[in-house]
Design a protein around this ligand. Structure first.
Ligand code: FO1
Length: 326
């Protein structure tokens, strides 16, 4: 069954005079909460989310884009409330059947989630680009926000560990972040360019927000796409980052473990140092207010807020605080 040819519009219409264009640089679950906050604040088409695709994997002939899907499902109100990724109420009948046939099943592909990967891969095989596929999926799921992959190629992040070099998902899911991390390789990025819509969104933004995502495996690959770091650095927009580390711990995922194993301070200040030179503002959790003077000495303004987005009102409050930075 041949899908219809591309008919989708990629990126937002910036000539609309109805408010401040915002760009969010996003990984998965942590970022999705803040992006949801912006959406609840009514940003709609004024928000462009540039999403990491370094966590993509290819399995069973399918292109799987976990961070893109996490952001899209969250905005569509479909995401699994317990895990933050995947689809609420999904089942694993297909994966179990694959296991019965002898396949590796350590990566939890839900039945409904598989439909997304089948559809995406079939459109890619018809010659669509990943940005067009993502725009089409968003349109079909009623997502108004512009969700943009950072780049269109398959450029998996590899993790150098004491157990050898692992695909990011092997490290995160199969090995449960156990091996000690020595470094990262953002494969294939040198020959990539920002996906359609990304540079225009950054150029037109009034505020660029680096979401509370892992600086190495979520934000790092986005900034490593040739042209994106320069576009952010030369944009007249205010550039802000929200710390993914609160009270010396990552709210989700292995950011604290990675900071420690790579010799960085395991603190909000450690993250601020990584983004030094790029930021106007660093948003710190109330629990870390004592670090504000040290971070200000790195050459950025510090704003202290509750960054733990455990309720819809906390998500909205943080989004509103960021919009008020202007
Ligand atoms: N995370 C897990 O911890 N276990 C899984 O089996 C798993 C499956 C999965 C399937 C689709 C998807 O979109 C995400 C999935 N994740 C899973 C989350 C994912 O590994 C990471 O959280 C992100 O790639 C990093 O942002």
């Amino acid at each position: 069954m041949a899908p219809a040819p591309p008919r989708v519009e990629i990126g937002n219409e910036f000539s609309r005079p109805d408010g401040v264009p915002v760009v969010a640089l996003a990984g998965g679950v942590g970022a999705a909460k803040l992006v949801r906050g912006f959406a609840l604040e009514g940003l709609g088409r004024r928000l462009s989310v540039v999403v990491n695709t370094g966590d993509d994997l290819e399995a069973f002939g399918l292109r799987i884009c976990p961070d893109l899907d996490t952001i899209t499902y969250t905005l569509a109100g479909l995401s699994n409330r317990t895990w933050g990724w995947g689809i609420e109420g999904d089942s694993f009948r297909c994966l179990n059947a694959l296991g019965r046939l002898g396949a590796d099943t350590w990566f939890g592909l839900g039945d409904q989630d598989l439909a997304t990967h089948l559809w995406r891969t079939s459109l890619l095989n018809q010659g669509w680009g990943l940005a067009a596929v993502t725009a089409q999926i968003c349109e079909a799921l009623g997502v108004e926000v512009s969700v943009l992959p950072m780049a269109e190629g398959y450029t998996p992040t590899l993790v150098e560990t004491d157990a050898g070099r692992l695909h990011l998902q092997e490290y995160l899911v199969r090995e449960k972040c156990g091996p000690r991390v020595r470094g990262f390789e953002y494969t294939g990025l040198d020959s990539q360019r920002p996906a359609p819509g990304v540079e225009k969104a950054i150029r037109n933004a009034r505020i660029i927000v680096i979401c509370p995502s892992n600086p190495f495996i979520s934000v790092g690959p986005i900034l490593a796409v040739p042209g994106i770091r320069q576009a952010v650095a030369s944009s007249p927009a205010l550039v802000a980052a929200v710390s993914p580390i609160v009270g010396g711990r990552a709210l989700k995922g292995p950011a604290a473990k990675m900071l420690e194993e790579l010799g960085h301070p395991v603190s909000a200040e450690g993250v601020a140092r990584i983004y030094r030179g790029l930021l106007d503002v660093f948003v710190l959790d109330e629990r870390d207010a004592g670090s504000a003077p040290a971070i200000e000495r790195l050459g950025m303004r510090v704003v202290v807020r509750n960054t733990v987005m455990d309720t819809p009102s906390a998500k909205r409050a943080l989004a509103r605080a960021l919009l008020r930075l202007l």
